[in-house]
Design a protein around this ligand. Structure first.
Ligand SMILES: Cc1cc2nc3c(=O)[nH]c(=O)nc-3n(C[C@H](O)[C@H](O)[C@H](O)COP(=O)(O)OP(=O)(O)OC[C@H]3O[C@@H](n4cnc5c(N)ncnc54)[C@H](O)[C@@H]3O)c2cc1C
Length: 386
């Protein structure tokens, strides 16, 4: 067992850390307040090679692995969790599934643009009436000549209004006995007729991320934009999400670490009863618990990425990492606000933002309840290992 990062991994981590701390952190507060999408962040992340971390070099990517991806996402999340979720979704969902399941012409057309940051990718599964129950989505796709016509509404789509390409999951067969067998994945561009970005969600946190509805009204998608097999979309959706959950876990670790860093720093300068508050045992206990949980969450996240890098089934480990890391982020954010006292409850300090941002990690890419279902199915021997 080797817990040491390689020299290349240390360099990737250091590059991401320096960029995040020097550039993203100072911008994060204003973008959050203005609820503005920070487009320039992704152009810069593209220049650093972080918009195509796992995209093969022949398609313009960095050709790295998921361990590199979690190192980068954690560092970005320590500064700006909104940017981190956009980056994580982009890298681990659309880039990944197009790389795995795309035809040669799809890979040539989409991956270089995504990997450079010219385009940001989105992944549209959720619908107003079907969130956790993703196998029952109702957006329809009907073949007409050489195209498919899509109708339906997707909701909560990260980067939906700013995406250059969206992997949309839609129902191509309503008559199957098991609903997951009638879903197909499509690569949809916003310029396709009938595609529009709908309501932008007003969110508790992650306010600099774009979360919106996508409206598909007789949206025309050329047949060559079917991703993978017709009616084979559910497998693509789930394979993507296994990796996406590792990215969310990394985001959660980054948020938790930012909370600990901020709380420790504050506790050394804030004085009460004639002493710095870090001298109080109850404050130290919070730091010990936060540090221990962060370490465990980080190890679980890296283990899941390590398994994925080796082609080993990792669905259970991805769910465990996401469950534990998101719980850790929420716990650490709450403890950090407590260490700051009244100041932690104001917008003057960053922990208020981390507190709001952390909660989303327990919800998207499968809620904590859904992660528990996945893990329990594995524990009971009811799940396929993939
Ligand atoms: C900021 C943000 C970004 C998002 N980005 C995307 C995106 O890019 N693409 C996308 O497709 N979706 C996205 N989502 C949607 C997200 O994946 C869903 O919100 C999530 O899957 C839960 O679905 P739901 O909100 O419909 O809740 P529901 O499924 O209605 O769940 C409500 C509650 O019931 C619980 N529950 C549901 N089923 C069970 C069960 N069987 N057993 C026990 N409890 C259960 C849930 O855990 C939850 O607590 C995003 C959401 C947010 C908040």
């Amino acid at each position: 067992m080797d817990f040491e990062l390689s020299e290349e991994q240390k360099l990737i981590q250091q590059t991401a850390r320096e960029y995040a701390q020097s550039t993203l952190l100072p911008r994060a507060v204003d973008y959050d307040r203005r609820e503005e999408f920070p487009r320039q962040n992704y152009t810069e992340l593209g220049e650093l090679g972080f918009m195509g971390i796992t995209v093969p070099e022949e398609y313009g990517g960095a050709g790295l692995d998921d361990t590199a991806m979690v190192l980068v996402v954690e560092e970005i999340a320590r500064a700006c969790p909104s940017t981190a979720i956009t980056l994580s979704v982009h890298n681990s969902l659309p880039c990944r599934v197009i790389g795995w399941f795309g035809s040669e012409s799809q890979k040539k057309k989409y991956l270089p643009r995504l990997a450079s940051g010219e385009w940001i990718g989105a992944y549209a599964v959720s619908e107003p009436d079907y969130g956790s129950d993703a196998a029952r989505i109702q957006t329809s796709a009907v073949k007409k000549g050489d195209r498919y016509v899509l109708n339906g509404v997707k909701t909560w789509i990260t980067t939906g209004a700013n995406a250059g390409a969206v992997v949309v999951f839609a129902r191509t067969d309503k008559n199957v006995e098991k609903p997951h067998r009638g879903i197909t994945a499509f690569i949809v561009e916003p310029s396709f007729p009938g595609f529009s970005a709908g309501r932008q969600e007003k969110k508790l946190g992650l306010r600099a991320s774009d979360t919106c509805q996508l409206v598909l009204e007789d949206c025309e998608v050329p047949e060559e934009n079917v991703l993978g097999e017709v009616n084979g979309g559910f497998g693509i959706m789930m394979r993507g999400l296994d990796g996406g959950r590792i990215g969310v876990a990394a985001q959660a670790v980054g948020i938790a670490q930012a909370c600990l860093d901020a709380a420790v720093e504050y506790s050394k300068v804030r004085r009460q009863f004639g002493r710095a508050i870090c001298e109080f045992g109850m404050i130290q206990q919070k730091f010990a618990d936060m540090a221990a949980r962060i370490n465990a969450a980080r190890l679980m996240t890296r283990q899941a990425a390590w398994l994925k890098d080796r082609g080993v089934p990792h669905s259970k480990e991805a769910s465990m990492a996401k469950l534990f890391a998101s719980d850790t982020a929420v716990y650490c954010a709450e403890q950090a606000v407590q260490v700051y006292g009244g100041y932690g409850y104001t917008k003057e300090y960053p922990v208020e933002r981390y507190f709001r941002d952390a909660k989303a990690t327990e919800i998207y890419e499968g809620t904590s309840e859904i992660q528990r279902i996945v893990i329990a199915r594995h524990v009971l021997g009811l799940a396929k290992r993939h």
